[in-house]
Structure formats: structure tokens, C-alpha cells
Ligand binder design. Sequence first.
Ligand SMILES: Nc1ncnc2c1ncn2[C@@H]1O[C@H](COP(=O)(O)OP(=O)(O)O)[C@@H](O)[C@H]1O
Ligand SMILES: [Mg+2]
Length: 199
Amino acid sequence: MNPIIQVEHFSKRYGDFTAVEDISFTVDEGSIFAFLGPNGAGKSTTINTLCTILDKTEGTLTINGHDVSRERGLVRKDIGIVFQDSTLDAQMTVEENLKYHCAFYKVPKNEVRERIAFALDLVELAQWRRAAVGSLSGGMKRRLSLARALLVPSGGRRLPEGWSMTQRCCFWTNLPPVWTRRPGPMCGNTFSGSRSRRT
Ligand SMILES: Nc1ncnc2c1ncn2[C@@H]1O[C@H](COP(=O)(O)OP(=O)(O)O)[C@@H](O)[C@H]1O
Ligand SMILES: [Mg+2]
């Protein structure tokens, strides 16, 4: 198996406080990886560092061979992220949100339509294409966030944060088709059994 995410001796300190101390793990391409722990364990800190949002204190973290500290642009092009809180634009339609994201990520123009259709089909939102995001239910917004993460150019790595049980069920049910069409790893960031607790 080809390691796609590598974390070696990662530590993160906020001032004098050590949030993560010397952790190492590897995620193989095509595998499904769940990153679990109780509140305060350091999951968000680790995932935010992998996503280039935070700086590491020590260690080496790579995604697809790119160093997350030194090659931020390349890493960002290679990952799709589902944030814990919605970052969708409520005023725009479902399709407009996805087109906007494609533009940000410089998806080739001749691929935009197909990618959006694939992603919306996967999360069963195709018939809501022209609906304003503000009119969708919470669960539909989460599914749209997932669809958006699947638009990234490589179509590979997805890092969802803080999903409810229902959303997780939808996600896990829909995962196999994603993997069949676009193999890649996924980092979950949940604590099973804590339905309402934020992770
Ligand atoms: N910006 C910050 N400044 C100081 N401490 C922080 C900051 N962010 C997180 N922490 C602390 O780091 C630890 C790990 O936090 P976090 O990565 O959010 O854990 P998890 O996502 O597993 O709940 C916690 O003790 C938290 O209070
Ligand atoms: Mg967290």
C-alpha cells in the first residue's frame, strides 16, 4: 500500500501548553481511516495542522508526499475538507456554491459540470441544484458540504469534522461509490457514542 498521509513525531504546543505530544501514524491510499478520541485529545489540532491551517511545533507531516509546512499550496490542492461548521453561502443556490468552489480550486472548465453532477448524485441532492442553500435542512447542508469536498482537483483526500450519527450513516453508506470512482483515504474526526458532543 502507498502511504498517502504520514505523521511522524508530531507535537503541537500552544505557548506552554502541549496539546499533542509525539504522535505518529500512516494512512494508506484507498484505506478508510478514523481518528478518534475524547474531547481535548488533540484531534482538531492534528487535522488542522494536516490541512495547513495550523503550524506544527515539531515533527514531519506529509500528504501525498508534500510537506504540510513547506508545500502548503500543493497540499491544499490535494485535499477536500468538510468543516465542523457550515462554510456554505446561504444566499447562493446549491449549484452556485459548487461552481464557486470549482473556480477557487481552478477545476478545468470542461470538467465542472461532470464533477458537480457526480458529487450531487452521490449525496442525493441532484434535484435540489437550484434551491437556495439557506432553504435546506441541516442534514442537506452537511451533505452539500461533502459534495463540495469531492470537487477538488485530485478528488482524493477528504477530512470531515464533527458529523452527527445520521450524517455519518449517510456518509458511510455513500462512501463505497466514492472509493470505486476516485480511490483515496479519508480522515474522520469523531468520537463514537457521543452523539451530540462536538469533536
Ligand atoms: N488555540 C488554542 N490555544 C490553547 N489551547 C488550545 C487551543 N486550541 C486547542 N487547545 C487545547 O488543546 C487541546 C486539544 O484540543 P483539540 O485539538 O481541539 O482537541 P479535540 O479536537 O480532540 O477535542 C485541548 O486541551 C484544548 O483546550
Ligand atoms: Mg475537535
